[in-house]
Design a protein around this ligand. Sequence first.
Ligand code: GAR
Length: 192
Amino acid sequence: MLKIKNIAVFASGSGSNAENIIKYFENNESINVKMLLCNLPTAYVLRRASNLNIPSVIFSRNDLYKSNNVIDKLLYNKIDLIVLAGFLWLVPENIIRLYKNRIVNIHPALLPDYGGRGMYGDNVHKAVIADGKKESGITIHYVNENYDDGAIIFQAKCKVADIETPESLAAKIHALEYEYYPKIIESVLMRL
Ligand code: GAR
């Protein structure tokens, strides 16, 4: 019998990557995006998940850091892989330990550059442009107990034009994210 592998997506914001991932696996018989977990009740990603019929869980700092509420949800739903897609909180150690090499993140720059606390979304693009970099890109990596620090799985690059704005760079980066993140998730799952 085919063993179905379950994904939990964690997101904090708009959730365009979450939506792209959900749609990519929609008709997959062996991979199931089982749930979306979100730390912000007003995040647009919750609307996207509901439109796509994916159950979501909203959790607080207490749920994540001071109780087993989140971990219990992951276990109850038999989650095999945790996918961070614009999730801005640090994953606590108990989840890292339980899901060793089974948590992946996407970062909108070429790590190890432009990573770490506070480096997310447009902050990253502004810093890359301010430094006059000629290229940027995406990094997909395993998650450990530090921000943007786990082993790198995949990177892809794009050019930074002379007239680039944070918005135009974000669009280039998002295009790379949509193209590669679901495929890399699939290949990580195949190896589990
Ligand atoms: C994405 O570009 C993702 O790489 C970035 O947040 C954006 C979320 O967009 N993640 C980080 O910066 C993590 N440090 P989305 O909500 O539209 O998917």
